[in-house]
Write a protein that binds this ligand. Structure first.
Ligand code: GDP
Length: 299
């Protein structure tokens, strides 16, 4: 919680400051409400959510004075209402061996780092983990995954740059099965500059995995960088289409003023949010908690 409030300082302080300045000695009239709605949209919460929150705040209080603290409390409770249904843990079905997790997202979103952090969590639970370096386009991504594997004690299946990612995923499945691994985490490429290529490659990887096990991947996690703000919306649509996303991880919530985008995503897509990234270290991945996040946003 402390790490979250620390990390969310920029999102919460900008919103908190607007609310304080808007509601200090001012009535809750149409102009104030409009300014509030603007501030919420500015904080990336999305137009629909901003309207809903503004309505909740004005109901029964129109033309009355209202303290900033009261506004913040209602704001937190409305945000929590939106987030609560999507704050769901990632549950591993232990009967699946390996439990296959496909990691997708654009380059730089934090996929590889999140794989390392997740692998560490699973290792700490005593699970055996295998990693597949499926971002075969970038030599650096392959190297980075190897480093993470070494750090957390997880074998990494990697090939040279340019190898076929779907073939690698298939071989990783076979190897994980043969080794009796509990979890297999598969990294993928995220070249947004070649959308058609990205989509067809992901579709192929999913197809190949399904050939091995019809209900795999058991989870397909989309990693989103909070600092991209509204762009996250179109990324969800793209990856939903290409890979069938089952859950989200939002990274880089430390040091951005754009954490509110998670609220807009929850309202629009209703996809489970499993974890949030609040730093570059191995421990900086927290289970997503609606109430803490809502309180952090409201300041
Ligand atoms: P990928 O291209 O999606 O695999 O992204 P990477 O895992 O290589 O991450 C890109 C950069 O973002 C790296 O410098 C990471 O250390 C950094 N990063 C990842 N997650 C977080 C986070 O939660 N907070 C911060 N501050 N940086 C992060």
């Amino acid at each position: 919680w402390q790490r979250l409030t620390q990390g969310m300082r920029r999102t919460s302080s900008s919103l908190s400051e607007s609310v304080t300045s808007l509601f200090t000695k001012r009535k809750l009239d149409a102009a104030t409400l409009e300014d509030l709605e603007d501030a919420l949209v500015q904080a990336d919460l999305g137009v629909q959510t901003a309207m809903q929150i503004t309505q909740a705040i004005s109901s029964g209080r129109y033309n009355k004075e209202i303290a900033p603290e009261e506004v913040k409390a209602i704001l937190a409770s409305e945000v929590e209402k939106t987030l609560a249904p999507v704050a769901l843990p990632l549950t591993l079905d232990r009967s699946k061996k390996p439990f296959v997790i496909l990691m997708v997202g654009v380059n730089g979103a934090g996929k590889t780092t999140t794989i390392g952090k997740l692998a560490q969590k699973f290792r700490a639970q005593g699970l055996s983990v295998m990693l597949a370096a499926g971002d075969t386009f970038r030599a650096a991504a392959i190297e980075q995954l190897k480093v993470w594997g070494e750090r957390v004690g997880a074998p990494v299946l990697a090939r040279e740059q340019g190898s076929d990612a779907a073939g690698l995923a298939y071989d990783a499945l076979q190897e994980a099965k043969a080794n009796g691994s509990d979890v297999l985490l598969i990294d993928t490429a995220g070249r947004l500059q070649n959308k058609a290529g990205l989509m067809s490659e992901l579709e192929k990887i999913v197809r190949v995995i399904k050939k091995f096990d019809a209900i795999a991947p058991h989870a397909t996690l989309l990693v989103l960088d909070a600092t991209v703000g509204q762009n996250a919306m179109s990324q969800v649509e793209l990856f939903q289409k290409a890979a069938g996303v089952t859950g989200l991880v939002m990274t880089k919530l430390d040091g951005t003023a754009r954490g509110g985008i998670l609220v807009a995503l929850a309202a629009k897509f209703g996809l489970p949010v499993h974890f949030i990234g609040v730093g570059e270290g191995v421990e900086d991945l927290e289970p997503f908690a609606a109430r803490d996040f809502a309180r952090a946003i409201a300041g």
